[in-house]
Each structure stands twice: as C-alpha cells, then as structure tokens.
Design a protein around this ligand. Structure first.
Ligand SMILES: [Zn+2]
Length: 225
C-alpha cells in the first residue's frame, strides 16, 4: 500500500485470523507476526479459552490485547486473557478507566501511534462517535474497525459517549483509506464477515450519505446495530 495520510510509513502487516465469538455476533481477531510468533488479540470478551486454543494451535505467544472500545461485549474477557498470558492492554486513554483489570499493564492507543506485534505492527486511529475513545487499528492492507464501521452498517451513537457528528467524521476518515483496504468489523452484522473500504463506500447506506444531515437522519432512524 502506498500513499500519504494515515497509511504513510505503515509497518508490515501482521497476519490476521478472524473468529466469531459469543452471543452477540462479536468478531475477535488474532493478529500475529509469522516470524516471531508474537500475537495480539483484538477485543477479548467471549470464549477466551477457545481463542487461546487457537493461539496454541498456531504456536503463538499473546503479548497484547488491543481494545477498539470498552463496551462490555468487547472487553469482558480482558482480565482472564491477561491472567493467562500476561498480555499488555492497549486502549485509548479516554476509556482506559473502564478496563476492569486491576494490576494490568496498560498502554495508550494514541492517534497515529504504531503498536509493534513482533516485527509487524498496526497503527492506532482515533475514531470516536460510537464511543468517546473508539479506536480502529490500521495495518498495511486492512483495518480493524470495532463498532465504528460494519459491513453494510455503522455503530450506534445513542449510548453514553456517542456522538453522531464525530462518527460521521470518523467514517469519512476511514473512507479516505485505499479502497482495497480489507475491513474487519467488530460484529458479524453484514452479508459477509469482511469487506473492503471500496465496497463499503459504494454499498453501505451510511457511507453513501452525501451530507452529514442525511447521515444523521439515517443514523437516528435506525437504532439497531
Ligand atoms: Zn460497542
């Protein structure tokens, strides 16, 4: 991937394994460096045992938990994962106090900062709107979008900390990524488990809105997802 903006100078991308977990169609990702076998788990909330079996099968060592945002269905398993692996939790400082994992090592997900995963890495992109410190993790070729962008949808803004104008700005930022960028959303709400920025730009009703007013009207009409 080349070009400026958010993708400039990205580190080589970790391998990504997407796993659907729990009762709310959540997606977890295992991101790992194939050389060093160092891994990060995105949003450990459900079925931590199952995630760790997959980690073992792949011969990985979990060093990080990357948090997209701190709704319970994305963080419920952080403490268990940390207990079992000693992972450091990477979370936006605006939401760090919601991670109930006393004694855990926390690292800040700061906008534009790269997080190393072995010899690979991802970049934190601050994308508020669904929550106040919502964070996407951008790799060279894909982006983990949490509850900001879904396949065919986007996050709600009627929870605490939600902000429809901020979400609009965050989505505009994601739309500026190269169109081949693969999207790994936080829930399996769409027709397919993943998509691309280009496909979403053309087909996702929220990304097709021409103006913020149109977006706000659509977002406020549909309360689900
Ligand atoms: Zn959420």
């Amino acid at each position: 991937m080349t070009g400026g903006g958010d993708t400039a100078g990205l580190p080589p991308a970790p391998e990504a394994v997407q796993i659907e977990v729990g009762l709310l169609q959540n997606f977890c990702e295992i991101l790992y460096c194939p050389e060093t076998r160092v891994a990060a788990i995105v949003d450990p909330a459900w079925e931590v045992d199952r995630l760790l079996r997959e980690v073992e099968r792949l011969g990985l060592k979990v060093e990080l938990a990357l948090i997209t945002h701190t709704h319970n269905d994305h963080i419920e398993g952080v403490e268990e994962l940390c207990d079992k692996t000693g992972a450091t939790v990477v979370v936006n400082p605006r939401e760090a106090d919601r991670v109930r994992a006393p004694g855990r090592t926390l690292a800040d997900a700061i906008d534009g900062r790269d997080v190393a995963i072995g010899r690979r890495g991802v970049r934190a992109l601050e994308t508020p709107g669904h929550t106040v410190g919502g964070t996407c993790y951008l790799a060279d070729g894909y982006v983990v979008t949490g509850d900001v962008l879904f396949v065919g949808g986007c996050g709600r803004t009627d929870f605490q900390g939600g902000d429809t104008a901020a979400l609009w700005q965050s989505l505009q930022r994601l739309m500026r990524l190269p169109e081949e960028t693969r999207v790994y959303p936080g829930h399996n709400y769409g027709d397919t488990p993943t998509s691309t920025i280009g496909h979403e730009t053309r087909s996702n009703p929220y990304l097709r809105c021409a103006t913020f007013e149109e977006f706000r009207a659509l977002r406020e009409r549909k309360r689900k997802a």
